[in-house]
Design a protein around this ligand. Sequence first.
Ligand code: ME8
Length: 505
Amino acid sequence: MERLYITTPIYYPNAPPHIGHAYTTVYADVLARYNRLVGRKVFFLTGNDEHGLKIQRAAEKEGITPKEFVDKMAGVYRQYWVMLNISYDHFIRTTDSYHEKVVSEAFKRLHEKGLIYKAKYAGWYCVDCERYYSPGEYVLVDDKPHCPIHNKPLEWLEEETYYFKLSEFKDYVTKTLSETDIVYPPSYAKEVLNRVQAEGLRDVSVARPKDRVAWGIPVPFDPDYTIYVWFDALLNYVSGIGYLTDDARFQEYWPNVHHVIGKDILWFHTVVWFSLLKALDISPPRRLIVHSFLINRGLKIGKSAGNVIPIEFLVERYNGSDGARYVLMKLFNLDKDVEVTIDLMDSIYNSELADTYGNLVRRVGVLAAKKVKGKVYRRDVDKKIEESIETALGKYVEDMESLEVSKALSEVQELGKALNTYINEVKPWEKSDPSKELYSLLEGIRAVTVMLSPVTPRASTVISESFGFKLVSPRDFKVGSVERYNIVEAPILFRKVQARRESQS
Ligand code: ME8
């Protein structure tokens, strides 16, 4: 059986996750569920990035220890992922002892290989990003260097530290970015390549003095230093699948790892990550899927900009996890930033889930109960409907295999519309025995329900159980293969949301 390993970034738990984190995590979950549906063996990893100054300071603010803080926040993140019905196989925490051992061992190995050395460093540092910014990278506000992402003043830091010889990997990184299809969409690989060509690669600091950053994994041979949070964090992708602890599992899954990330952490996941892996004699990831930002009034949604949309708002407004997941996936865009407004999300939910899909399921269910006591036996499927189903399935599989979830949803939507047109044309409610029309409609609903199941797993399960069919792989779907539908209920799944009186964004 084909193996697939899917990861999300591990998030900084200094605050609860918001719509931006949900965007990445739901997308990764949809890939995981789709791939399981088509028969691949999937391991899906998410988790929290628990070390570093940002977390240390968040804990101080609350007057608790960093460990107490991250323990509490791990619970909070898990609850949000339950709320969104995320089917991860493992939740990794960088304070897990198996992970800490891997990080410590990797650091030691690279030091022994001469790829990590000690020297002095001075530069402008952003605590929120946990990284230094060089001139040209930061922005000047009132002549003072500011973080280009967080718009906050940078801190000047001078310290003796450990460096990783990133500069030695310039050719390797360049070759990997230009000769493979790892980075998707490929425009992001070009972006990094241009920067590498223009600036070259400088060695990077991979430790912090302990008196400044105490919360982290100690440098194994020098306890006065703490390992840099990004060195620690990136290694979650290998420790989480058994690197140095369960070699068989690591060998089984690593060759087909798909990392999903936002474009803010592209540099770390290409230049730094590819180099670290090479330094440890590990192959680069199979795929790095990069998406753009959800923005609001032109700014990236995030805590710093103060324009966060809470996950619970989405789940409440759109009738639970399915509605929230659908809206996020319909907005999903790898290339372009997406301006999110509640009006836009409302209209996606109302027109696509409530009207086109939910309403159709309800109408067909009620008609079948009324006209044929809920039993619909196999008939010839209307030719036009059969074609619409087959076209939608074909395009859907192609889009999902090429990681284009929102495009795939548009194909499903086309089929939903065709089914709505058909029901209005053939008017089964006017017929004494509309079994033929109902069977065609049910086959269409079955196809839509299968295709939506990675995005709306709860609704798909409810519909398949209420109508008496199985959720098969969309690759094995055969139109006209169901002997008999047995409709026991006509569920109302997606109640429309009322437009708000004032339109806010
Ligand atoms: O960077 N639009 O964690 P983080 C789209 N711990 N995606 C968004 C978003 C938005 N407005 N806001 C956040 C870190 N994201 C590190 C990662 S991995 C080894 C370490 C998503 O909590 C997006 O996936 O800042 C982005 O890459 C991630 O959250 C950053 O999460």
